[in-house]
Design a protein around this ligand. Structure first.
Ligand code: NI
Length: 225
């Protein structure tokens, strides 16, 4: 499932990120790339251990923890500390799949979900679409600043060359309690249906209760915690 989550950050939070990142020393983005993707990667990143990465990352993680769409669609078990990248004119990232396993300090985890949180106004640059491939073809994603795209980390993806301006973003991964994208999608759709139905007939309605039980029992069957 490719999911657009709107307004993860407020306009104030986006400008706080941009102000803080403006003063950082950006380095070659190949520092966090795997062997194959390093060859395709041409961008800049803020070093993973820079204090600003941790400070802004904590703000993003706080916002995500309160975001019902992220929680319901991602069923996150742990979220990798957010990183920050930038593509200036002429930069791009060719087709690749993200590493399956990542380390955050001593913690090793599986990347089930990839996230890109846009920090630039789309009017400020041309090109720079995140292009994600799935069974239905290619999807070009370019979102307002503060919005995020969540997609399965199993997907082949790339960032189209920037032809004007600069595109800033935060990117990170999450390990989900439910490894399978297919199962997560079913749970997300079921959860949304239950929420919508509850608004119509009330949470205490016997069918809502029965569907909620089914949701929980499917989650119990599929979740690894
Ligand atoms: Ni990637």
């Amino acid at each position: 499932m490719l999911l657009h989550i709107e307004r993860v950050l407020t306009a104030e939070q986006v400008s706080r990120c941009r102000q803080a990142l403006q003063q950082e020393a950006w380095v070659d983005g190949r520092v966090t790339a795997g062997e194959q993707s390093a060859r395709a990667k041409n961008n800049l990143q803020v070093p993973q251990d820079a204090p600003v990465s941790r400070e802004l990352g904590d703000m993003i993680l706080g916002a995500l923890g309160r975001n019902p769409a992220f929680v319901s669609a991602g069923l996150p078990l742990r979220v990798f500390p957010p990183l920050f990248n930038r593509y200036d004119t002429g930069m791009e990232f060719g087709a690749h799949v993200d590493n399956a396993i990542r380390f955050a300090g001593p913690v090793r985890f599986r990347t089930d979900l990839s996230c890109t949180l846009f920090l630039s106004d789309p009017a400020d640059y041309d090109g720079g679409e995140l292009i994600v491939e799935d069974a239905y073809g290619e999807h070009a994603v370019k979102l307002p600043a503060g919005d995020m795209i969540l997609y399965p980390a199993t997907s082949l993806h790339r960032v189209a060359p920037i032809t004007r301006g600069s595109r800033w973003a935060s990117f990170f991964w999450a390990q989900s309690m439910v490894k399978s994208d297919e199962q997560r999608t079913l749970l997300y759709n079921l959860d949304n249906t239950i929420q919508a139905l509850s608004l119509k007939v009330g949470q205490g309605d016997p069918e809502v209760v029965a569907l909620t039980a089914t949701y929980n029992n499917l989650l119990r069957m599929w979740a690894e915690v």
